[in-house]
Design a protein around this ligand. Structure first.
Ligand SMILES: NC(=O)C1=CN([C@@H]2O[C@H](COP(=O)(O)OP(=O)(O)OC[C@H]3O[C@@H](n4cnc5c(N)ncnc54)[C@H](OP(=O)(O)O)[C@@H]3O)[C@@H](O)[C@H]2O)C=CC1
Ligand SMILES: O=C(O)C1=N[C@H](C(=O)O)C[C@H](O)C1
Length: 246
């Protein structure tokens, strides 16, 4: 059976790439391309929607899809814990529907988040630097927020307190944002696509875990895997790692 895919944000940087990747993949085809101004009902004939739109609109899109029995693959950033809880509650009324939310679909990014989670309990200091193209709407990136959450949970489980930091005067916010007690610094620079460094520091050593997406095609194998998988995985999945043999 061919999986019918609706793409939300189809004219965007990611959406356009997704349309190409889905049409090139075996066993799936794009049946709807929806962008600003198009009615959401255009996705009515789809088995799966793939959403790469904007944090301000993605929840309405997911709601519509879940209410209409359409599985969702969500790449759009901005998925806080509250949003995850909200989607979970919607799914309790739609037990056959699957929703996958992935902060990052690039294989190396998924691996680097796992590596950071593993390393977290061994180092007293940790900071995240995420670097993106300047047309990105949100900061910090969804990937950085998710990485911070994983690190924060691992540090807490290991009984680690806050990282050492003598700063008492920072009127301009130079020390970055605190996400789950982890400092996150957001760089926006022409020429970049999507990059992240997680820096760990301990006694006489540092460890840097870096990932670079040099082209948006780096996200496509993950998106195609998610579309293929979600049709037989009801419920909510957070993170592409759950579909990989990690
Ligand atoms: N999980 C992952 O691996 C990745 C996630 N992302 C995330 O995906 C999202 C999109 O990124 P990107 O493609 O670079 O952004 P773009 O701005 O290039 O694309 C978003 C598209 O969605 C459109 N759009 C806005 N609102 C709606 C709506 N209500 N219905 C349908 N379409 C809409 C926009 O139109 P308009 O421009 O007119 O507003 C635009 O065409 C971001 O949140 C980004 O962080 C990006 C890369 C990888
Ligand atoms: O906007 C982007 O480009 C990206 N957004 C996602 C994020 O916020 O983490 C994933 C990737 O970093 C690219």
């Amino acid at each position: 059976m061919t999986i019918r895919v609706g793409v939300l944000g189809a004219q965007g940087r990611m959406g356009a790439e997704v349309c190409r990747a889905v049409d090139a993949a075996d066993g799936m085809e794009v049946v709807a391309k929806v962008d600003v101004g198009d009615p959401l009902s255009d996705i009515a004939g789809a088995d799966v929607v793939v959403d790469f739109t904007h944090p301000d609109v993605v929840m309405d899109n997911v709601r519509y899809a879940v209410d209409n029995g359409i599985h969702c693959v969500i790449g759009t950033s901005g998925f806080t814990t509250d949003r995850i809880d909200t989607v979970t509650s919607w799914l309790s009324d739609a037990p056959k529907v699957g929703v996958l939310v992935a902060p990052n679909f690039a294989i190396g990014a998924v691996l680097s988040m796992r590596f950071a989670e593993l390393a977290a309990k061994y180092y007293e200091s940790v900071e995240i630097i995420e670097l993106h193209h300047p047309r990105k709407a949100d900061a910090p990136s969804g990937t950085a927020a998710h990485t911070a959450r994983l690190i924060g949970a691992a540090r807490q489980a290991a009984g680690l307190g806050s990282a050492p930091d003598a700063t008492t005067h920072d009127p301009d916010g130079a020390r970055g944002a605190l996400v789950d007690d982890v400092r996150v610094h957001s760089v926006r620079l022409s020429g970049l696509i999507a990059h992240q460094e997680v820096l760990f520091g301990g006694e006489g050593e540092t460890l840097t875990i870096r990932h670079d997406s040099l082209d948006r095609n780096s996200f496509m194998p993950g998106v195609v895997l998610a579309v293929r998988s979600i049709v037989s995985r009801p419920g909510l999945i957070v993170g592409l790692d759950k579909l990989m043999d990690l």
